[in-house]
Write a protein that binds this ligand. Structure first.
Ligand code: ADP
Ligand code: MG
Length: 693
């Protein structure tokens, strides 16, 4: 038996209960323990003079107790002052026992470890770790940095440290068990230590390793493991791509007269970028392998028409198409657009969402099953069990970043014919920088629409405090007087959609009163879809001047005459989301404005972030800067189910590693393919996270 695969319960001091708790952290085997790396370290390798302490500093100090007292004022606490000749510091305990009274007798020497903070009476340490020592010369330091592990309820650092120590011993005795998956030449090129060494270093750093180097990620052991972890993610996604090539897919040949007829009927000519991306798609669909292509393009770059062209390709070949949008509103807009674009073609277009009920729903399901419906547009309801297709040849997913990796992968399964898969086109408005895209979309080929349709004016963005609300309201009046339209977007920090909708309702009322000549409409997520649709249509046809909305209008909504957007509390949203929202204006040839009306006071980071948005209209630039400022969790959307989770890697710190990963991944597949599953297994576990079943 592979000793690394033995259950944790085999280790000394681990009973059923502890094993259970470790299981909650995903730690079932000895190998899992080895890959459970510290999330930070404590430095108890040297004693700091108390006089050198500053607020915020975490340190080990030794001192003699000067006095001890229980303060009844405010929250009752035990305080104890210690000094070492260079200075004094207060220890404070809010939870304490009578026993501690005797321990901290004046004159006693203690050694304490904690973060120092500035209290009412100078520097203090709250609930420090402490031990009584014999005197100022007692040996109190550790030789190495102390690892601090992620824990779960009922598990202590001590228990997990002991368990990991044993795991390290197992692999110390059998080093071959932790054999490297990376070729030796590669390790040499990058200057990385072996896997066993790297693991050892991170659990028990030697004297040469400092806390600072571990934090900024410059320790080679850390770099190596971060690299390997990122590589494992890339390998897993690209194995999916490789596996998918065993599937067959229908061949779509382009039909020149149909294509010409379609393009001539459009009110505009395609941009060069749109033509290039369409050519890439056409080439994919000529193959009998399923296309898996991501189209990235900034808001307003014209992705929808590319989707429509692809749909036409599939339908001309006699196959059905499913187009999925993240919101009802966006799906309905696509329905209208596609109905217009395909009006001159013999094509049956239907709609299906969670709101479709009863006979209407039955009719759509029937049409999809018997093949009379050629194109169905809808929300994720499209991919529920009950939906059966006659011959689905193409799946299009719009605004894919709203769906997680898992959902994206699940959709590939929707085809009845054995051995066949539909082609897949996913579209996203670039919420993530290129480097991240390489990793997150390793299972996809990527096309980029890097050009906006001609004649667009850049959106002028202003950052304004909400104290100037009256001015903003006056501005709307003036704007509407010029026959233009505007959006007012309400956001709330709470996740509660109900509260967000209430806020929008109130705002709409207040604005309607303040602006008697202005026709005010309201859309929010809790309205019936028919009501939302009616309001959106009225706004589109300019029967309304001002549309008050929640962030439901974030994606896709297209009303070129609406050139002014006010976003309330923009500091609460991610930059990519704000950029998406702002993309609702600036869709026509006229000038357009976005006013970011924040609640004072604004934090320094928030000020910088809004500044980025003010200074750039480029989704790529915004995503890159947001990444630097806030880290990838925010950029990729932590709330997304599909966002990648890492043990060691930190995409902000380790972004420079990603560039090399695609090459190394390729190299492993060709040179040492058997290392691929081993690597994925070590880092991602054997459970197939992105199951293809
Ligand atoms: P997004 O990429 O954000 O989904 P859309 O597909 O909604 O963008 O397109 C934005 C607007 O630009 C729509 O009104 C669309 O009709 C228009 N549009 C798309 N392509 C062109 C083009 N080549 N020339 C002019 N307008 C275009
Ligand atoms: Mg769109």
């Amino acid at each position: 038996m592979n000793l690394l695969k033995q259950p944790v319960i085999n280790l000394n001091g681990i009973g059923a209960q502890t094993a259970n708790r470790l299981g909650k952290l995903g730690l079932r085997t000895v190998q899992d323990l080895l890959f459970h790396l510290p999330h930070r370290y404590e430095d108890r390798t040297r004693v700091s003079p108390i006089g050198m302490l500053t607020a915020g500093m975490t340190a080990l100090v030794c001192g003699q107790v000067d006095f001890i007292d229980v303060l009844p004022r405010g929250r009752k606490s035990l305080v104890c002052k210690i000094s070492d000749g260079t200075g004094a510091v207060m220890l404070r305990f809010f939870h304490f026992t009578a026993n501690q009274h005797t321990i901290f007798k004046p004159g006693t020497w203690v050694c304490v470890f904690a973060e120092t903070r500035l209290g009412m009476a100078g520097l203090e340490m709250v609930h420090p770790d402490y031990t009584v020592i014999s005197g100022p010369d007692a040996a109190v330091t550790d030789a190495r940095l102390t690892p601090v592990y992620p824990l779960t309820e009922g598990l202590s650092q001590n228990v997990i440290r002991k368990a990991i120590k044993q795991a390290l011993q197992v692999c110390g005795q059998h080093p071959q068990l932790l054999a490297d998956c990376l070729p030796a030449s590669m390790l040499q090129d990058f200057g990385y230590p072996s896997l066993a060494e790297a693991i050892q270093t991170l659990h028990a750093p030697d004297e040469t390793v400092t806390v600072e180097a571990l934090q900024d990620g410059s320790v080679p052991a850390l770099k190596r493991l971060a690299f390997e972890e990122l590589l494992a993610h890339h390998l897993r996604l690209s194995s999916l791509k490789r596996q998918a090539s065993v599937w067959q897919a229908p061949i779509f040949q382009e039909d020149a007269p149909t294509a010409t007829h379609f393009l001539r009927s459009l009110p505009f000519a395609l941009t060069g970028a749109q033509q290039r991306v369409i050519a890439e798609i056409v080439a994919d669909c000529k193959q009998n392998k399923p296309m898996m292509r991501l189209v990235q393009g900034d808001v307003g770059s014209g992705k929808t028409i590319v989707a429509a062209y692809t749909a036409l390709l599939a339908m001309t070949a006699g196959y059905q198409v499913a187009l999925m949008a993240p919101t009802e509103l966006l799906a309905e807009q696509h329905l209208r657009n596609f109905s217009v674009w395909f009006a001159g073609f013999d094509v049956q277009v239907s709609f299906l969402s969670g709101q479709s009920k009863g006979r209407i729903r039955q009719a759509v399901l029937q049409g999809l099953a018997d093949g009379t419906v050629n194109l169905v547009i809808g929300t994720h309801a499209l991919f529920q069990e009950a939906v059966q297709f006659h011959n689905l040849g193409l799946v299009i997913i719009d605004e894919q970043h709203r769906f997680g990796v898992h959902q994206r992968l699940a959709l590939r399964e929707k085809n009845q014919q054995a051995g066949m898969r539909p082609h897949q086109l996913v579209m996203t408005a670039t919420p993530i920088p290129r480097t991240l895209a390489m990793l997150q979309y390793a299972d996809l080929d990527v096309s980029v629409i890097d050009e906006l349709p001609p004649g667009r004016q850049p959106i002028v963005t202003r950052v304004i405090p909400s104290e100037r609300r009256a001015e903003v309201v006056a501005r709307i009046n003036e704007w509407v007087g010029k026959r233009r339209q505007a959006y007012w977007v309400c956001t709330l920090i709470e996740e509660s959609e109900t509260l967000q909708c209430q806020a929008a309702e109130q705002t709409a009322e207040v604005l309607a009163q303040a602006l008697p000549g202005v026709r005010v409409g309201l859309v929010h997520g809790r309205m019936k879809s028919s009501e939302k649709d009616a309001v959106m249509q009225a706004f589109k046809q300019h029967q309304l001047d001002l549309l008050v909305a929640t962030t439901v209008i974030e994606v896709g909504v297209d009303v070129p005459n609406a050139g002014l957007m006010i976003i309330e509390n923009p500091e609460r949203l991610g930059l990519s989301q704000l950029h998406q929202l702002r993309g609702r204006v600036g869709r026509g040839k006229d000038d357009s404005y976005c006013l970011l009306m924040y609640q004072s006071p604004l934090s320094e980071t928030a000020r910088q972030r809004l500044g980025i948005l003010r200074d750039s209209n480029d989704g790529f630039v915004i995503a890159e800067k947001d990444l630097q400022l806030r880290g990838p969790g925010e950029v990729m959307g932590t709330r997304q189910t599909g966002a990648m989770q890492f043990k060691v890697a930190d995409l902000r710190r380790d972004a420079d590693l990603i560039a090399a990963i695609a090459n190394v991944s390729e190299q492993l597949f060709t040179e040492t393919p058997d290392a691929v599953p081993r690597l994925c297994d070590r880092w991602l576990g054997t459970e197939t996270l992105y199951a293809e079943v």
